[in-house]
Every structure is written in C-alpha cells, then in structure tokens.
Design a protein around this ligand. Structure first.
Ligand code: SLL
Length: 151
C-alpha cells in the first residue's frame, strides 16, 4: 500500500446511546422479559450527516454477556443496535474500514446510560449520552484517501 506523506484526514463522528424508560405511555413489549425497564439504542454516526459506509465496512458492538448474542455486527448504515434491558454497562465498539484501504480497526468504549444524572441530557424522558470524536487518518494509503474523499 502506497501512503500519501504529510496528509492527514479526520472524520467527525458521534457515538453513544439514547434510552427511554418503560411507562404507561411507553409500555414494555409483550415479548420482553418482565425485569426490563428501558429501551435503548447504541449507535455510531457521521457528525455531519454524511454516509459512513463510503469508508466504514462494519461496526461491531460487544454488549454485556447477559444479553442474547452479545456480539452484534452491523454491515451497513444505520450502524446501531436497539435492545431492551435493565442495567448499564460498558459497550465495546469496533469500527472496521474497507480492507482495501489498508487501515487497522478503531476501538471505542461507551458506557450505556439509562438513568438521568451527571452530564446526561434528559429531554421528554429520553436519556442521551453521546460523544463527538474524530477518526484521524495519518498518511492514508492512496485507496483510503480515495474512500475518505468520496462525495
Ligand atoms: C453489572 N451493570 O456490571 C451490571 C450489568 C447488565 C444489564 C448490567 C440484560 C438484558 C437482557 C441487561 O440489561 N443487562 O436480559 O436481555 O453487573
């Protein structure tokens, strides 16, 4: 892989989760275990609403072992997983790039938030814990450069 010297491209992303508590207006699904208290979605998305699939091939979310099939592989946008449950835990998020670009995967860690406290925004009973980050590609290969600059 030929690399382009002294070029750095960064891609803005958002990752995190939203959660809503089950209630009278937002009842627990009939097929959900009775101890589940929340519905939640964990996601990775582009911070500027561009299509991540131009350079990302898949996102793997490693959930808590108490959840059925904890390893979830998402191969096209939206890169997200929606589940119900009762507890907070660490989610390992692995972002894989198209293999012909010659880039290693990137690992992010997200603490799933269900309860509104600390830096959590709570709008209409919805809890959100979302972070902004930039994936930096230093001296990308020619192929990766092409994928990163596709419109
Ligand atoms: C801990 N924080 O560290 C806890 C673990 C696990 C949450 C929380 C299971 C959902 C399901 C669920 O919500 N687990 O039954 O599908 O021990």
């Amino acid at each position: 892989h030929k690399r382009i010297k002294q070029v750095s491209i960064s891609k803005p992303i958002l990752y995190g989760n939203t959660a809503t508590k089950f209630s009278n207006v937002n009842p627990i699904p009939l097929n959900a275990p009775k101890d589940h208290t929340h519905k939640w979605t964990v996601f990775v998305r582009d911070a500027t609403n561009n299509d991540l699939s131009t350079y990302i091939s898949k996102v793997v979310f490693k959930l808590h072992d108490t959840i059925p099939n904890p390893l979830r592989t998402i191969e096209s946008p939206p890169f997200e997983v929606t589940e119900s449950g009762w507890g907070e835990f660490e989610i390992i998020i692995k972002i894989y790039f198209h293999s012909d670009g010659g880039e290693k995967n990137v690992t992010l860690l997200h603490h799933l938030k269900l309860h509104p406290y600390n830096d959590i925004i709570n709008i209409d009973g919805k809890v959100e814990s979302i972070k902004y980050d930039e994936i930096v590609f230093n001296e990308p290969t020619e192929k990766m450069f092409e994928l990163l600059t596709l419109k």
